[in-house]
Design a protein around this ligand. Structure first.
Ligand code: CDP
Length: 208
C-alpha cells in the first residue's frame, strides 16, 4: 500500500515529534527532510561545495552528532535557497514518499513541491514565542551554550529565508490541514494529527 503523509511548517513547531509519532502509530516509514539540508549545511561549514555535497550525500552524513546545532540550522537554510541543491535532493525524497507500506515526510515544501498528491497534508505551526522556548529547551538539554534571545533570532532569520525564497518556499498547501500547537501539549498535538490521518486512512479508496 502506498500512502503519503506530508507535514510542513516553520522551525520548532513540533513537526518532528508529530511526524515520528504518526509514523510509529500507523507503522509508516519516516523521513525528516530537514536532516538532508542540515547534512549539506554541515558539509559546507566544513568547506565543501553545496551542490557537490547535495549530490554526494551518504547515509553517514545523516548521522553527524552536530546536525541539530544552531550553526548547522542556519547553514542548512542558506544552502536550501540554492535551486541545484534542492534538485539534487528531490528524487530521493519522492522515492521515499512512494515506498510500499506508507511514508511520513516532514519539511517545508513536502505538500507543495515534493508530494503535491500526498494523501494527507498537515501544516504544523505555533507562535514565535512558543517555538523559540521549545527549541531553547531542546538545545539546553543537549548542553548547548545559547540564550533564548539567540534562539529566537535564529528562528526568525530562518523563517524569513525559508518563506521568502523563490524556489519551493515554505507555505501551507491549499489542501493542507492547519494545526496550531501553541496551546497544545505535544501529546494533544500528536493525537490531533493522528485523527486527521486516521480519517484519510479510513476512506473507502484507501481500504484493502
Ligand atoms: O528542525 P527545524 O524545524 O528547526 O529545521 P529542519 O526541519 O531540520 O530544517 C532545517 C532547514 O532546512 C530549514 O530552515 C530549511 O531552510 C531547510 N529545509 C528546506 O528548505 N526544505 C525542507 N523540506 C526541509 C528543510
Amino acid at each position: 500500500m502506498k500512502f503519503t503523509v506530508a507535514i510542513d511548517g516553520p522551525a520548532a513547531a513540533g513537526k518532528g515529534t508529530i511526524s515520528k509519532g504518526v509514523a510509529a502509530h500507523f507503522g509508516f516509514a519516516h523521513l525528516d527532510t530537514g536532516l538532508l539540508y542540515r547534512a549539506v549545511g554541515a558539509r559546507v561549514l566544513g568547506g565543501a561545495d553545496p551542490v557537490g555535497a547535495a549530490q554526494n550525500l551518504t547515509p553517514d552524513d545523516l548521522r553527524g552528532d552536530n546536525l541539530r546545532s544552531a550553526d548547522v540550522a542556519q547553514a542548512a537554510s542558506q544552502v536550501a535557497v540554492i535551486p541545484d541543491v534542492r534538485a539534487a535532493l528531490l528524487m530521493f525524497q519522492r522515492r521515499f514518499a512512494g515506498r510500499d507500506g506508507g511514508a511520513v515526510l516532514d519539511g517545508r515544501d513536502i505538500g507543495t513541491v515534493i508530494c503535491p498528491d500526498a494523501d494527507v497534508k498537515l501544516f504544523v505551526t505555533a507562535s514565535d514565542q512558543v517555538r523559540a522556548q521549545r527549541r531553547f529547551d531542546e538545545l539546553l538539554a543537549k548542553g548547548a551554550d545559547i540564550t533564548l534571545t539567540q534562539v529566537g533570532a535564529d528562528l526568525t532569520a530562518r523563517d524569513a529565508r525559508d518563506a521568502g525564497r523563490e524556489n519551493a518556499p515554505m507555505k501551507q498547501a491549499s489542501d493542507a490541514v492547519l494545526l496550531d500547537t501553541s496551546d497544545m501539549t505535544i501529546e494533544a498535538a500528536l493525537a490531533a494529527a493522528i485523527a486527521v490521518v486516521q480519517r484519510a486512512v479510513s476512506l473507502p479508496e484507501n481500504q484493502g
